[in-house]
Design a protein around this ligand. Structure first.
Ligand code: 2DT
Length: 212
């Protein structure tokens, strides 16, 4: 088994535009790793279950209005309130698969015109992902998949700006995956990369912090 006391879990993040397939791929990854006997959990941000998360949820549903900076800081606070738990899970050997993280935070807020450096600053000190899987799809193709919901941000013009912001964020931890391939092909690419990452972390790669 991969769970000796001195080995840690991997922090794996899925990012991408709305309708890129993040959510179905994270549940496939979860099942896959569980099937191999790994300790693994799947999380998502925003975490709408906390009181900060409920404020975010109401904002996204257009039930409340907040200044752009204010909502940005709430998204960040929603990650900070999970940081301790995240670190202890990882240190105890559990791999976390996270649907959206700080990159969504920066990409969506800077797409509104907020300064990117300002957007990154409240993320400083959060745990840095070991791997960011970016599910790459054009905004037009994502829109064709149909069913943007009713939430704020789920509009083609805005998603185009988000895509541009994402393009400025990719660093060494990123792996860009063609999200237009058939779902099984996307999954295959993800599982290969993820296994590699889990192994590297298990062998003692140190945890690090944003912003790298
Ligand atoms: P979901 O549809 O995946 O629940 O996301 N968002 C998300 C931000 O603007 N900032 C953030 O920090 C995060 C994590 C992306 C809800 C929407 O919230 C956006 C889509």
């Amino acid at each position: 088994n991969n769970n000796s006391s001195d080995s840690r879990g991997a922090l794996i993040v899925l990012e991408g535009l709305d309708r890129c397939g993040k959510t179905s791929q994270s549940s496939r990854l979860l099942q896959y790793l569980e099937g191999l006997g790994h300790a693994v959990e799947s999380w998502r941000f925003p975490d709408r279950t906390t009181s900060v998360g409920q404020m975010i949820s109401s904002y996204l549903a257009n039930k409340s209005h907040l200044d752009d900076h204010t909502i940005h800081l709430l998204f960040s606070a929603n990650r900070w309130e999970k940081r301790l738990l995240m670190e202890s899970k990882l240190k105890s050997g559990t791999t976390l698969i996270i649907d959206r993280y700080s990159y969504s935070g920066v990409a969506f807020s800077s797409a509104k015109g907020l300064d990117m450096k300002w957007c990154k600053s409240p993320e400083m000190g959060l745990l840095a992902p070991d791997l960011v899987l970016y599910l790459d799809i054009s905004p037009e193709k994502a829109a064709e998949r149909g069913g943007y919901g009713e939430e704020r941000y789920e509009q083609l013009e805005f998603q185009k700006k988000v895509a541009q912001s994402y393009n400025m964020l990719n660093d060494a931890s990123w792996k860009i995956i063609d999200a237009t391939l058939p779902i099984e092909d996307v999954e295959k690419q993800l599982t290969e990369t993820v296994l590699d990452c889990v192994e590297t972390c298990r062998k003692g790669k140190p945890l690090s912090e944003l912003w790298l």
